[in-house]
Design a protein around this ligand. Structure first.
Ligand code: HEC
Ligand code: HEC
Ligand code: HEC
Ligand code: HEC
Ligand code: HEC
Ligand code: HEC
Length: 501
């Protein structure tokens, strides 16, 4: 056979390297073309094309170089040629050909590597990579995200944000995450708060600008009680969003916390930041500081000295801005209000909440049990409803199974109980972590827990009673008689436990 390249090329290592490099290169080109023409995202193909194959390509190239160098080294020892470096003689046709192939190959490769690393970068930033590569690990966050108001906002917009520094930081912590998944070292659930989450100023505030928040937001909620008739209650209120800036002058309401003229620092004694014994409010204009201490949770001087103090930002309230795991009562109220679950089915609210929150060990068991438990309930207690409204019962079951799949992830230990939402105060302490009426300053000032501090109740109607309505706000009526305890206890003291099995 006539050899077209210099003899130093023809050694096993180099030939193997060339084969490997050519094969990888061919596959990369092939897969890239396929990717360019396919419409749906295939995360695994991306990993192969832009991360794994290039590694083989590089190994191949290194093998080529190593083989040639070793060949020269041997030649030197074998005294075939006595020169230190190979001589490139462009007048020799064979050598010219080898040189051209090498030069052209290098140029193509450099161009391709640049393109490849750009694709690799782009790919590790995609939602498919973040949400599905680690498969089951991030499925809860990904699922909750898909059904949230931020489903069109990329994971990286909140978790990385703009700028090179955080990009590198995230790739370093990302590599650790890949390692922890491969070696099964990750916690279940993945823990929040995230210790190295980027400050909200550089993420949320790129899109939401607190200085221009103002006014009030109306919300209307529909609830169903757990009695036989699923008594309906509606509640309409104005949430005092507030905010404003120095020009418009409005510096009150909920976003007051975030306003440029105020800074709130607090100390939490648990990892989840749910128990807060110490709060400091500082006016950024006058510099005046007020320290509030809880009269019910005590801290030792050591805890105060070594505490991990945190300055409040968006995440301290909006911690579930996109990964929302609803309590069963909330989800069931929604589907009943929408008419997807028929409120005329006796005890449907009560049985729904009960079958959803039983703490199943796997999703399959849960979905099966939800079906059998609901069917058994109607068969045993309301046989005539079971036969006359079979279709309503079946579609209710379907809705409950959907609710379960979106809000409970047993293999990751994820549910609303693990990730309390800090907005509001019904299913977790939320605002009442500080606004419980028990945080008092040295001169007797209390962080307000008056219902009208944060919202104005416009109207409330329970069952068929005459609705209460006033633009100045009506007093809240707790829908079932629990004496005055709803005024002295935290709402979550009953509403979290009440739904436990
Ligand atoms: C709107 C902003 C936003 C977007 C978009 C977003 N996240 Fe998050 N994510 C957060 C916040 C806020 C937290 C809670 C941080 C905390 O409490 O420290 C969080 C927490 C997490 C956690 C920790 C576990 C948990 O549930 O708290 C994981 C894992 C996570 N996000 C993954 C993702 C993935 C994957 C995507 C894209 C599919 C994504 N996030 C998109 C804001 C966002
Ligand atoms: C890339 C832009 C972007 C970023 C970053 C972003 N958001 Fe949003 N946010 C949106 C969009 C878009 C909506 C949806 C508006 C709508 O549906 O009307 C939204 C909606 C919201 C809402 C209203 C939700 C509701 O129930 O209507 C809140 C609260 C919110 N974002 C808070 C946050 C917080 C907190 C962060 C940081 C963790 C954040 N956002 C980061 C774009 C963003
Ligand atoms: C003290 C707690 C708290 C902090 C801190 C906070 N928010 Fe809010 N925010 C609320 C509450 C409560 C609402 C109204 C309830 C709701 O929309 O679910 C709200 C509503 C919003 C809305 C929806 C407004 C609308 O008209 O629908 C956006 C957007 C928002 N916040 C963004 C932010 C951003 C960005 C930050 C950080 C700069 C921030 N919030 C800080 C409590 C807070
Ligand atoms: C870390 C503690 C803390 C948490 C959590 C907290 N607040 Fe506050 N809040 C304060 C402090 C401190 C003040 C200021 C009290 C003072 O000095 O007047 C305040 C004041 C307010 C005010 C009055 C602002 C004004 O107009 O003067 C509103 C409204 C408010 N908070 C709403 C909320 C809401 C809604 C939540 C839950 C989403 C919440 N807060 C959670 C500490 C907290
Ligand atoms: C520190 C602010 C604050 C105080 C004080 C406060 N609330 Fe609220 N409340 C909120 C916020 C924020 C929400 C959630 C709004 C939303 O879902 O968007 C809420 C929600 C509610 C809801 C609807 C619950 C749900 O999740 O469906 C009721 C009912 C309610 N509040 C009653 C009261 C009553 C009664 C009081 C007085 C004992 C009170 N609140 C005091 C901030 C406050
Ligand atoms: C002493 C225990 C207790 C306390 C404290 C309490 N509740 Fe309730 N709450 C109940 C019970 C019991 C029901 C009836 C549940 C049912 O019928 O499903 C209920 C029902 C409700 C409902 C309607 C049903 C639903 O869950 O959809 C709302 C809304 C509500 N409570 C709000 C509050 C708020 C807001 C607070 C705090 C200000 C509060 N509750 C404090 C025991 C309590």
């Amino acid at each position: 056979m006539k050899r077209k390249l210099p003899s130093s090329f023809y050694n096993p290592t180099t030939l193997f390297g060339a084969g490997l490099a050519m094969l990888s290169f061919g596959l990369i080109v092939f897969l890239s073309v396929i990717e360019a023409f396919s419409s749906n995202n295939k995360p695994y193909a991306g990993i192969l094309t832009f991360i794994i194959l290039p590694i083989f390509l590089i190994i191949g190239l290194l093998a080529i170089a190593y083989g040639i160098l070793r060949e020269h080294h041997l030649e030197k020892l074998g005294k075939i040629r006595n020169r230190l470096l190979p001589v490139i003689d462009l007048n020799d046709v064979k050598q010219k050909r080898a040189f051209l192939i090498f030069a052209l190959g290098t140029i193509i490769l450099i161009a391709f590597t640049a393109f490849g690393s750009f694709k690799a970068y782009e790919y590790t930033e995609s939602d498919a990579f973040c949400g599905t590569i680690c498969h089951k690990v991030m499925e809860p966050e990904y699922t909750a995200y898909k059904y949230s108001p931020h489903s069109r906002v990329g994971c990286v917009k909140c978790h990385i944000g703009p700028g090179a520094g955080w990009f590198v930081k995230s790739k370093i912590s990302g590599s650790y995450q890949v390692y922890s998944v491969l070696f099964n070292k990750f916690p279940r659930p993945i823990e929040a708060p995230i210790s190295n989450l980027r400050p909200a100023k550089e993420t949320c505030e790129q899109c939401h600008w607190p200085k221009v928040f103002y006014g009030e937001k109306e919300i209307t909620n529909t609830y169903y009680l757990s009695d036989e008739n699923n008594t309906k209650m509606t509640l309409s209120m104005l949430i005092k969003i507030g905010g404003g800036n120095q020009e418009t002058g409005v510096t009150s309401g909920i976003h007051w916390h975030m306003n440029i003229s105020n800074q709130i620092t607090y100390l939490a004694i648990d990892r989840e930041r749910q128990v807060i014994p110490w709060v400091k409010a500082k006016s950024m204009i006058t510099g005046k500081e007020t320290i509030y201490r809880s009269t019910s949770v005590h801290v030792t001087p050591e805890e105060l000295k070594n505490g991990d103090y945190r300055t409040m930002d968006c995440i301290d309230c909006h911690n579930r801005a996109t990964h929302i795991y609803n309590p069963p009562s909330t989800s069931v109220n929604h589907v009943m209000a929408a008419g997807w679950v028929d409120p005329s089915l006796p005890y449907i609210k009560s049985i729904s909440v009960e079958v959803l929150d039983r703490g199943y060990t796997t999703t399959e068991i849960a979905l099966d049990s939800i079906k059998t438990l609901v069917e058994d309930f109607y068969q045993a207690n309301y046989p005539e409803v079971f036969s006359s409204k079979k279709d309503k019962i079946e579609s209710a079951i379907l809705q409950l199974q959907k609710i379960y799949s979106r809000n409970y992830f047993p293999y990751m230990n994820v549910s609303w109980r693990k990730f309390p939402d800090n907005i509001g105060h019904m299913y977790s302490a939320g605002c009442f972590r500080c606004h419980d009426g028990k945080h008092v300053s040295a001169d007797g000032k209390v962080i307000s827990n008056k219902c009208s501090t944060c919202h104005t109740i416009l109207s409330q109607q329970i069952g068929n009673e005459k609705p209460e309505f006033s633009l100045n706000g009506v007093d809240y009526i707790h829908p079932v008689n629990v004496d005055k305890s709803w005024k002295s206890m935290l709402c979550s003291d009953c509403h979290t436990r009440q739904e436990a099995q």
